[in-house]
Design a protein around this ligand. Structure first.
Ligand SMILES: [Zn+2]
Length: 275
């Protein structure tokens, strides 16, 4: 992922706050359809899948695209069967392309796909950042987040009762905005067969360090932790505190404080860096 420097982040936050103020969105949750209507954008009944087939793109290029904005027609077309929360996110992401002045100017003349790959990636990250800053109401987020104890249970309350956003998006924003040195790790259960028996392990799906986190997380690692795996079926209990073994530099393992929460198909682990 390309690094976005802090001044670009600040500018996108200011643009998101300008958007919210201009259209009278004063407190969360932000209704994506009202946000679209505010910019006079419409979702077309077409399927992006059909359009992509006609555009002659490589399958891996097609995979990356979930929605497409036609800035002149003021329309957005989604892929078929996109889950509701992804569609909601996609709406604000596309509004980002339409609202951020430097995106809008570019897209009037040139579709995203014609741009060099690194610029495409940069613009995509910026549009996602705009989506996050609008959904989470810019600098107001830290006020809401600061009301509870730092951890996944507070982040879960924000998602469930204030923002109506996905756990993935809310937890990521929670960690990204925090001063606490910690790292959010998302695990996927992985079924393997060993000595003729089926076993479940957890494979690292992705991780997101807070800006002060100095630890080391190994890409693609798997762990076999019965207590964590148990959360997949007993997921109603909220986040539980535990210790986790993490490989440090030069193969040294460390036992760190952590807490985990499962939404039944992923496990989210927040790992705290020792003081
Ligand atoms: Zn985009």
């Amino acid at each position: 992922m390309p690094r976005i420097n802090n001044s670009a982040k600040d500018i996108i936050r200011l643009e998101a706050e300008r958007f919210l103020a201009e259209y009278g969105f004063t407190s969360p949750p932000l209704p994506p359809d009202e946000a679209l209507a505010a910019r006079k954008l419409e979702v077309t009944p077409l399927s992006l899948d059909d359009l992509l087939i006609r555009a002659n793109l490589l399958p891996e290029e097609q995979m990356k695209i979930q929605a497409m904005l036609d800035i002149n027609e003021r329309s957005i077309t989604f892929r078929q069967g996109l889950p509701l929360q992804k569609q909601s996110w996609g709406k604000l992401h596309e509004i980002g392309h339409e609202f951020l002045p430097w995106h809008r100017e570019l897209f009037y003349y040139c579709p995203l796909l014609w741009l060099p790959a690194d610029i495409q990636t940069q613009l995509e990250v910026e549009a996602d950042m705009f989506a996050a800053e609008t959904f989470f109401f810019g600098s107001k987020f830290n006020e809401y987040a600061g009301e509870g104890e730092f951890g996944l249970n507070t982040a879960k309350i924000l998602a469930d009762t204030i923002y109506g956003t996905s756990y993935h998006a809310t937890f990521a924003h929670f960690v990204e905005q925090s001063e606490v040195p910690c790292c959010l790790v998302i695990w996927k259960p992985l079924e393997i067969s060993k000595d003729g028996a089926q076993q479940i392990q957890l494979k690292l799906h992705y991780y997101l360090p807070s800006r002060n986190f100095k630890g080391h997380i190994t890409h693609g690692m798997t762990i076999k932790d019965e207590d964590l795996i148990g959360l997949l079926t007993d997921y109603s209990i909220g986040a539980v505190k535990h210790k986790i073994k993490v490989n440090g530099y030069r193969g040294k393992t460390q036992l760190l404080d952590a807490e985990s929460f499962s939404n039944s198909y992923n496990i989210f682990t927040l790992i705290f860096q020792p003081k």
